[in-house]
Design a protein around this ligand. Structure first.
Ligand SMILES: [Zn+2]
Length: 150
């Protein structure tokens, strides 16, 4: 049995937990049909992954695949221990694009954030665009939806 979580992070990685976080958690829990939902505030930048749903990382400009070794090297460079991640600028080997780890294309979506809201679910699949829009209206900010499977 896999564990599935629907996770929401702010589209802006610098964003702090909004006052709407509790309402957002409760709305997400209703959508997921669970009362196992939570708000996690790291107080520093962390990578919010999608677990076993991770398939591919690519360049946002030319869509070339970013090699796992390259990505890990950038992750090591950007990791500042106690201080969490800093999103430094990097140049992609494929086409020389100026990127940060947060502007790379992650399939499935993953991202960097100081906090997240998550809800356990029975593998209902990712949020659809209408569901995400409704949750963004509750949050009052742009969100990135991540479907985690472990
Ligand atoms: Zn490229």
């Amino acid at each position: 049995m896999s564990d599935h979580f629907l996770v929401l992070i702010p589209a802006d990685p610098k964003a702090d937990v909004p006052e709407t976080a509790v309402a957002l958690r409760d709305s997400l829990a209703r959508l997921a049909g669970t009362n196992e939902a939570r708000i996690k505030d790291y107080g520093k930048l962390q990578f919010i992954d999608c677990g076993e749903n991770a398939e591919r990382i690519s360049c946002p400009s030319c869509e070339a695949e970013i090699a796992t070794d390259q990505w890990h090297a950038w992750m090591d460079e950007d990791w500042h221990g106690e201080d969490g991640f800093h999103l430094h600028r990097h140049e992609t080997p494929c086409c020389g694009s100026d990127i940060t780890l947060n502007t790379l294309r992650y399939d499935w979506p993953q991202g960097f954030a100081r906090w997240f809201v998550s809800a356990r679910n029975q593998g209902r699949g990712p949020l659809d665009p209408a569901e995400l829009a409704a949750l963004e209206a509750v949050a009052g900010i742009k969100l990135t939806a991540i479907a985690q499977m472990y």
